[in-house]
Design a protein around this ligand. Structure first.
Ligand code: NOJ
Length: 530
């Protein structure tokens, strides 16, 4: 695999399609809307776009409940719109990655209708059906990720079915070879249309314990947490046989040139890296969410980068993520100034970065009024702060009504700052966060040191996080002040050069010799002289 394969060098941009651009005034983003905005993505400098699910769906979980793996939901458009989108993306040199949701279907999927129709239906075993426990209750203690028991009683056939998420999202039985073949055919359907890869939803969930043993209790559980945390997910996910399935998916992708397999995996580092597979036969990129899960603290992040770099198997390629449609926005979590530092971190670490739409315009904390709540998880477990609506609000394009997102009523309210903080205004401002993102991405594109170069930690104390990126004779120092006070980084003797980029965008070409001083909440990239 050459060092310069697109998914290694490139930057991935995640679009939550409901919220990117509406083209027909129904208040929900769509494929034609995304197509209208491709030139923006080119101007931002990203290489690939990952679109959250656009398949036919009753939208109980906004598309993560698929009723037809080979169809486009009318909310998002038609197959023709899809073909036009992929053609327009490729014409601009952009890759297109789809979301694949293999763990569960919608309860409206024809497969499930057949499966639940009788115990003897040929598709009965395509889903996970079990008898009740001797007391008549659910077969075991597994909890749904969205709260409540993970088993739903089916009166007509007198058995329970398993759903790791909503009851409208029954889990497929991936131990059944027919299920596997049907799902691999769905992958091929999109690969044949030119799709460049997949982000696979909850890939570590696909295989469950063959004996359906109870999960052990989690002694650290607090009632303020989501109910799923009551038990440790020892038997309901991350089973050894899952790697066989991931390997099979990888082989399907390998029937086509240069496709990428990205796995959504929330597991501790040592478990996460097993998803690269034996001899790298698994996912190309098991999503690394460590920056989301670690406190925003320089020492902890420095340690985590070291641990991650050390844990990746030989030849495995790293990747980094700051946010997605399930996690509080980075700007909401660490504030506007540090969100700039975070952007510099994400775009200068070794490994493929995935950006989340809207972070580049600095969307921060958004309050969702009670009567506007959409997220089914929030509806199931209200009041615990679990809602994913705040990170799913519409993109801000210009200063017009609804930020140019829609001419109708948006499905979720926009962040009220949209009147000033929008693509059009920020593009003209040489010190805006959007300008910073553009410059960071351009710099990364220009210098192999920043994308595929070696990562070498630089000793630093307190709030300072520092490292070098090296390729050939090129050496960059990245110094990030994660604190709110000025800080000076003393470099090894003889290190001098000039600043290439500050997160404040006001120190270009400034020389330094032996040390660099950073203001509060500032990050710097500097080029070292030979
Ligand atoms: C992970 C997805 O990212 C999330 O949005 C979804 O609710 C669950 N998987 C279930 O598909």
């Amino acid at each position: 695999m050459p060092e310069t394969t697109w998914w290694k060098r490139g930057v991935v941009y995640q679009i939550y399609p409901r919220s990117f651009q509406d083209s027909n005034g129904d208040g929900i983003g769509d494929l034609a809307g995304i197509r209208q905005r491709l030139d923006y993505l080119v101007s931002l400098g990203v290489d690939a776009v990952w679109i959250s699910p656009i398949y036919t769906s009753p939208m109980a979980d906004f598309g993560y409940d698929v009723a037809d793996y080979c169809g486009i939901d009318p909310i998002f458009g038609t197959m023709k719109d899809f073909d036009r989108l992929i053609e327009a993306a490729h014409a601009r040199g952009l890759k297109l990655i789809l979301d694949f949701v293999p763990n569960h279907t919608s309860d409206q999927h024809p497969w499930f209708a057949e499966s639940r129709s009788s115990r003897t239906n040929p598709k009965r075993d395509w889903y996970i059906w079990r008898d009740s426990a001797p007391d008549g209750g659910p077969p075991n203690n597994w909890i749904s990720n969205f709260g409540g028991p993970a088993w739903e009683w089916d009166e007509a056939t007198g058995q329970y079915y398993y759903h790791a998420f909503l009851k409208e999202q029954p889990d497929l039985n991936w131990r059944n070879p027919e299920v596997r073949q049907a799902m691999y055919d769905a992958l091929r359907f999109w690969l044949d249309r030119g799709v460049d890869g997949f982000r696979v939803d909850v890939i570590w969930h696909l295989i469950k314990d063959a004996e359906f043993r109870d999960n052990p209790p989690n002694v650290a559980y607090q009632p303020s947490q989501a109910e799923i945390n009551r038990f440790l997910q020892v038997h309901s996910a991350d089973q050894p046989e899952v790697h066989e399935v991931v390997g099979e998916m990888r082989r399907v992708l390998e029937e086509y040139p240069e496709r990428v397999l990205i796995g959504e995996i929330y597991l501790p580092l040592e478990r996460l890296v097993t998803y690269y597979g034996q001899d790298l036969s698994g996912a190309h990129l098991p999503f690394n969410f460590q920056l989301i899960q670690t406190a925003w603290n320089a020492r902890e992040i420095a340690a985590l980068i070291d641990e991650y770099e050390a844990a990746i198997p030989d030849g495995g390629w790293p990747n980094w993520v700051l946010g997605n449609h399930d996690q509080p926005r980075i700007g909401a979590r660490i504030g506007k100034q540090q969100a700039r530092v975070a952007a510099m971190l994400l775009l200068t670490l070794r490994g493929t970065p995935t950006l989340y739409y809207g972070d580049e315009i600095g969307i921060g904390k958004v309050e969702i009024p009670e009567d506007a709540v959409q997220d089914p998880w929030e509806k199931n477990e209200p009041g615990l702060g679990l809602s994913r609506d705040p990170e799913r609000t519409p993109m801000h394009w210009d200063g017009s009504a609804q930020g140019g997102f829609t001419t109708g009523r948006p499905w979720l309210p926009l962040d009220p700052t949209f009147t000033q903080c929008h693509v059009e205004a920020l593009s003209k401002d040489p010190t805006s966060i959007l300008t910073l993102y553009r410059r960071l991405i351009a710099l990364r594109r220009q210098h192999l040191a920043l994308s595929v170069g070696r990562y070498v930690p630089v000793e630093a104390q307190g709030d300072m996080l520092a490292y070098e990126r090296r390729h050939g004779s090129e050496r960059f120092v990245v110094a990030l002040n994660l604190g709110h006070r000025p800080h000076t980084l003393v470099l090894p003797v003889g290190a001098n050069g000039h600043v290439v980029l500050s997160t404040f965008l006001d120190r270009d070409d400034e020389p330094f010799d032996g040390q660099v001083s950073l203001r509060a909440d500032e990050g710097l990239i500097a080029l070292l002289q030979d």
